[in-house]
Design a binder for this molecule. Structure first.
Ligand code: CP
Length: 313
């Protein structure tokens, strides 16, 4: 397969074509198969250096990028923001240029500011991968969610996906909606009006303020975390009221389609966004999302480093 990928960076899913999205997904499928073998390592990025620059907390994305780089035989190091010179007032740009001077070929950045990855991409020859920038995008999360739906349901075209919760602050919602709509899924965003502006309809999705009215038709329900750290003003009367109106509890689940997939990007607030029994139940693919994240991040590291697409697109 020749492939459509020609980018040095992965900054957002908004800018990717359906062909590029499919190329990442098909490449990730090949890497997932490799991850199931006794020897899980390939030499694709031997001699290259990947630096994780996480200026915001992370468990899944950071460890997943580290492991993805290791599985591709790259050298990988992670900068701890609290013990780095960012604490001494060094700018993000200077920090990244110093990492590049140390021969970083790929810089994976998570930052609280929307546009941070784009900002670095314009200043560096190294590849830049956005691992979450403020409330803008989280491209690899959108890709791994899309991969998981396709793997489980065998298709994306026509699949009805509900994304529920704190949409206004959610980079996960934005990346999901770009990938899913470009690949033919029907996306409905659900949440309280204070967390879901009607303007999202302009992005080609349905907006609803009533979970009970939407969930019975859904093939997939993706429940987002309430982002207390981004709530600059009180947008919810209480977490309890949110859980009552928008949390997926056992009663609501009884009214969903029998095969519905339950997703959550993590970290999960059990009993708020989703009942514990459902998060751990047979319809939950929450940990499959995490597993698939490794294959997806291997694919992204491989493609931005000049690898040619693998698998069928
Ligand atoms: N889903 C996600 O981005 O999780 P982390 O914040 O733990 O990386």
């Amino acid at each position: 397969m020749s492939g459509a990928w020609h980018r040095k960076d992965l900054l957002s899913l908004r800018e990717l074509s359906a062909e590029e999205l499919n190329q990442v997904l098909s490449t990730a499928k090949v890497f997932k198969e490799i991850l199931g073998r006794p020897i899980k390592k390939v030499p694709s990025l031997q001699g290259r250096t990947v630096v994780n620059l996480f200026v915001e907390p992370s468990t899944r994305t950071k460890i997943s990028f580290e492991l993805a780089a290791v599985r591709l035989s790259a050298d990988v190091v992670s900068l701890d923001k609290d013990s780095s010179s960012l604490r001494k007032g060094e700018t993000l740009s200077d920090t990244a240029k110093n990492l590049e001077a140390l021969q970083a070929g790929v810089i994976v950045i998570r930052h609280r500011s929307a546009g941070a990855a784009h900002f670095l991409s314009q200043r560096l020859k190294a590849s830049v991968i956005n691992a979450g920038d403020g409330a803008h995008e989280h491209p690899t999360q959108g890709l791994l969610d899309t991969f998981t739906i396709q793997e489980r349901l065998g298709k994306l075209e026509g699949v009805r996906v509900l994304i529920v919760g704190d949409i206004i602050h959610s980079r996960v919602a934005r990346s999901n909606l770009w990938a899913l709509t470009k690949l033919g899924a029907k996306v409905t965003l659900v949440g309280p009006p204070t967390l879901l502006p009607r303007e999202f309809e302009e992005l080609g999705v349905k907006v609803s303020y009533n979970l009970d009215e939407e969930m019975e038709q859904a093939d997939v329900i993706n429940l987002l975390r309430i982002q207390h750290e981004r709530m600059v003003q009180a947008r919810l009367p209480s977490v309890g009221e949110y859980a009552g109106l928008f949390g997926l509890n056992l009663d609501r689940f009884q009214r969903c389609k029998p095969g519905v997939l339950l997703m959550h990007p993590g970290p999960v607030h059990r009993g708020v966004e989703i009942a514990s029994e459902l998060a751990d139940g047979p319809q939950s693919v929450i940990l499959d999302q995490v597993t698939n994240g490794l294959a997806v991040r291997m694919a992204v590291l491989y493609l931005v480093s000049g690898g040619r697409g693998l698998g069928e697109s």
